[in-house]
Design a protein around this ligand. Structure first.
Ligand SMILES: Cc1ncc(COP(=O)(O)O)c(C=O)c1O
Length: 466
């Protein structure tokens, strides 16, 4: 085992040394990867070291260097050294983190980490916290807790009786809610198409005045889904104003109204003093969904859900069984998540936060935002490049508009060209009917030099294509 782990560590070291200098895209084709890794499963087992060598060789060219400093696609973080190392320990310990009796260590680490996360995000310490696979499951868990709460307030036990015959719940989203909100609504039996969609402004932010009108036009229980950090623009719904509208609806209608906020990456603006104003009012939310594998830079998979109503959270997620040994005073992690058996997902977050400290987390968030501003400035200095969004966070939308050519076509061509070039990687989107390049900066190891090299590569590809 010692030799195997040492060998694995040396492969990991080689991979991480390479990740900042190799082409960012994968250089193996799927056929090559299948040839290197596939074939029929042999009757006899193989030596573990050979298997590890085979995987490591394939990873050198078959992975995307998304853990590296010039990956700006989707919203993808890297992994801080302490987080990667802690994640190895989690695999080594092989703890089932479902209940305290199965792993006191994981239960305690979850408790401590939950407290630190709440403190970094400026959330009340009384909120309950669940560690899930990602923001999709955080949205699901939060909305399941919301469903429980608003129906219980209406005298209905949804866990026992389901939704058939239940008082109807109005779901309110915005035009720009992330698609995982709608997936959560589907999984919870609400249907994705039933939501009342509040219009947004030019930056994709929910219009709180319109929300007030929607709430005034409905009766009965409501779940409002707001967003902290639009996946295209980085824009924030005005959470404080939305919370005011929610309070007004509660008071005027004497009805249950739940405010959920999807803050997959935007929540962590709260940790940077220069950006914290963007999430003003977040502590008034009933639930918040977020990710750690994006901007907190821990390995996949890692999401977090916060809930201001611990008993609703628990009721929505837990189900007793005669052989499951619950503890009266300690944290049984499964009570806050949809899964039962699960890994100790909080441990890498614990290590990441401890390695950075409070100031370090804020600096990391602020650095990404500053770098988003830097690349926007570099690119927009070109007369035929337009930045489509207000760069308030870590997201930049770029459009290429040479005279006399179809800007959609050129923009898509530049995106494909940059992906093939390999200096950096970024993806595309459509924003208000216009093709745009998305730049999302959320890696702890990105330097200003990486930003400048990437801007040079993007402009080089643009100049050869126009
Ligand atoms: C605003 C928002 N919500 C939810 C998600 C889903 O997160 P995950 O892929 O971690 O489930 C994302 C992912 O980019 C997002 O940006």
């Amino acid at each position: 085992m010692n030799d195997l782990l040492a060998r694995t560590a040396s492969h990991a070291d080689a991979y991480l040394r390479d990740v900042a200098t190799r082409p960012v895209h994968a250089t193996s084709t799927s056929a090559e990867l299948k040839a290197a890794l596939g074939g029929s499963l042999g009757d006899a087992g193989e030596p573990p070291a050979d298997i590890i060598d085979r995987l490591a060789a394939a990873a050198a060219t078959g992975t995307v260097a998304s853990a590296g400093p010039r990956y700006f696609g989707f919203v993808v973080g890297g992994s801080l050294p302490a987080a990667t190392a802690a994640d190895w320990l989690v695999s080594t310990w092989d703890q089932n983190a479902g209940i305290f009796a199965l792993s006191p260590l994981i239960s305690v680490v979850e408790d401590i980490t939950a407290g630190w996360l709440k403190s970094l995000a400026g959330l009340p310490d009384a909120m309950s916290v669940g560690f899930v696979t990602g923001c999709q499951m955080a949205n699901f868990t939060a909305l399941a807790s919301a469903r429980h709460h608003v129906l219980r307030e209406s005298g209905w036990d949804v866990e026992a009786h389901g939704l058939a015959g239940a008082p109807p719940i109005t779901i309110v989203t915005s035009d720009e809610s992330h698609y995982t909100i709608f997936m959560a609504l589907r999984l919870l039996g609400f249907g994705a198409a039933t939501a009342r969609r509040v219009p947004t402004d030019g930056q994709g932010r929910m219009r709180s005045d319109e929300l007030g009108a929607v709430l005034a036009s409905t009766s009965g229980p409501v779940i409002v889904c707001a967003q902290a950090g639009n996946v295209n623009t980085g824009g924030f719904d005005p959470i404080d104003e939305i919370a005011d509208a929610v309070d007004a609806a509660r008071q005027s209608g004497d009805r249950a109204v739940w405010l959920h906020v999807d803050g997959a990456f935007g929540l962590w603006a709260a940790a940077a003093p220069q950006r914290a104003h963007l999430v003003k009012g977040i502590a008034r939310a009933d639930s918040i969904a977020s990710d750690a594998h994006k901007w907190l830079n821990v390995p996949y998979d890692s999401g977090v859900v916060f809930c201001a109503h611990p008993s609703a959270h628990r009721s929505a997620m837990s189900l007793a069984a005669s052989y499951i040994q619950a503890t009266a005073v300690e944290r049984d992690p499964h009570e806050f998540v949809p899964e039962e058996s699960r890994r100790g997902r909080a441990v890498p977050i614990y290590a990441a936060l401890r390695s950075l400290g409070r100031t370090g987390v804020g600096d990391m968030i602020e650095r990404s935002c500053r770098q988003a501003g830097r690349i926007a400035e570099r690119l927009s200095a070109h007369p035929h490049v337009r930045i489509l969004n207000d760069v308030v966070l870590n997201q930049v939308l770029v459009r290429f508009e040479p005279d006399g050519r179809d800007a959609d076509e050129v923009t898509r061509g530049v995106i494909a060209g940059v992906q093939a070039d390999g200096t950096c990687w970024l993806g595309g989107t459509t924003w208000h009917g216009m093709a745009a390049m998305r730049v999302a900066i959320s890696n702890w190891s990105t330097t200003d030099e990486d930003i400048d090299r990437s801007a040079d590569a993007i402009l080089r590809v643009f100049s050869t294509s126009s």
